[in-house]
Ligand binder design. Structure first.
Ligand code: HEM
Length: 317
């Protein structure tokens, strides 16, 4: 057998050539160049407006994109509203998603559909991917190219939601993210998304006074915050919650990570070097974050055969 003598790399290329084109292969940055040429400008200005209306919009959209992609892939299934009440956003792990994130996508979709050339031609999944980039870029983060050409899913159920939890240790985080195809480094870069926004007290309150990795002055501040507002207390992940920067990693070095899953990235010696590298070098964090976001955008992408272009992001056609 001649083929067995071929080097592995050559064999892999041959096998790949024989396989049907994968869903990822359809993604291109210029996918809408002819279909909806003004798409990126339309979304840029719509998201800008939403972010000006509410500072919660940017962080909320970035988180929404992660919660969409991590469950059934990047197919906008998180936006579906089922009349029987069984859908992803009603799962308890999604109850803390902020309405401003959903509203930003609805506004962007309306803006896209107000252009006759674009109307009903752009998937909600792609609008969400572009809006997430805008949330990052317009907060001072990198303006990375977004691959497009995703189709929208038709299914959304509560039971399909499996997301990482705030008390996860490094092994649990790695297990979760490797299931989506990410390395530890990529998981840490993506966790840097916590440079934006805030978390409610129930997600970190249990650490106050019990977690030795939490800075004691920080613990005192958080205790005051949560005690003075038992129902709606929250804290920002870093001191620049609407600025996309590497402050999140610098705070981890001082024991000022809000969630257990944040602080463990520094406390565990197996991931500390990466945190130190991102804390010292914002450009390195931005570069790795862009790549990891691009990879996140490829998770479970639907094709014309397995999805559709939803007319209303809330309801399958
Ligand atoms: C590593 C595992 C992760 C865990 C355990 C986690 C958990 C959480 C929790 C508990 C909150 C607070 C929610 C609230 O109180 O409203 C939160 C907020 C947030 N997460 Fe994550 N997350 C993770 C990864 C990610 C990733 C990969 C991204 C995006 C790249 C992301 C983006 C955000 C953003 C932007 C917020 C702030 C949302 C807001 O202010 O409305 N998270 N996350």
């Amino acid at each position: 057998m001649v083929i067995l003598r071929l080097p592995f790399a050559v064999l892999a290329v041959l096998v790949a050539a024989l396989m049907p084109p994968s869903a990822v292969a359809q993604l291109r940055t210029d996918y809408y160049a002819k279909i909806c040429p003004k798409l990126e400008t339309i979304i840029r200005s719509s998201v800008k407006q939403s972010m000006a209306q509410s500072q919660i919009s940017g962080p909320a959209v970035l988180r929404l994109f992660f919660h969409d992609c991590a469950v059934r892939g990047c197919d906008a299934s998180i936006l579906i509203v089922n009349s029987n009440g069984d859908d992803e956003w009603r799962n308890s792990d999604n109850q803390s998603l902020k309405p401003e994130g959903f509203q930003t996508i609805m506004n962007a979709k309306a803006a896209v559909d107000s252009d006759p050339q674009c109307k009903y031609n752009v998937s909600c999944a792609d609008i969400l991917a572009l809006a997430a980039r805008e949330a990052v870029y317009q907060s001072g983060g990198p303006n990375y190219p977004v691959e497009l050409g995703r189709y929208d899913g038709r299914l959304s159920t509560k039971d399909s939601v499996v997301l990482p939890h705030a008390n996860f240790n490094l092994d649990q985080l790695n297990a979760y993210f490797s299931g989506l195809g990410f390395t530890q480094n990529e998981m840490i870069a993506l966790s840097g998304g916590h440079t934006l926004g805030a978390a409610d007290c129930p997600f970190f309150q249990y650490r106050i006074g019990t977690d030795p990795t939490m800075n004691s002055a920080f613990a005192d501040d958080l205790r005051k915050t949560c005690n003075s507002n038992p129902t709606n207390g929250f804290a920002f992940f870093d001191y620049s919650p609407v600025g996309f920067d590497n402050a999140y990693f610098q705070l981890l070095q001082g024991g000022r990570g809000l969630l257990g899953s944040d602080q463990v990235l520094y406390s565990d010696p197996r991931s500390r070097n990466t945190v130190n590298a991102y804390a010292a070098n914002q450009a390195a964090f931005f570069a790795d974050f862009m790549n990891a976001m691009t990879k996140l955008g490829r998770v479970g992408v639907k094709t014309a055969a397995t999805g559709e272009i939803r007319r209303d992001c809330r309801f399958p056609n």
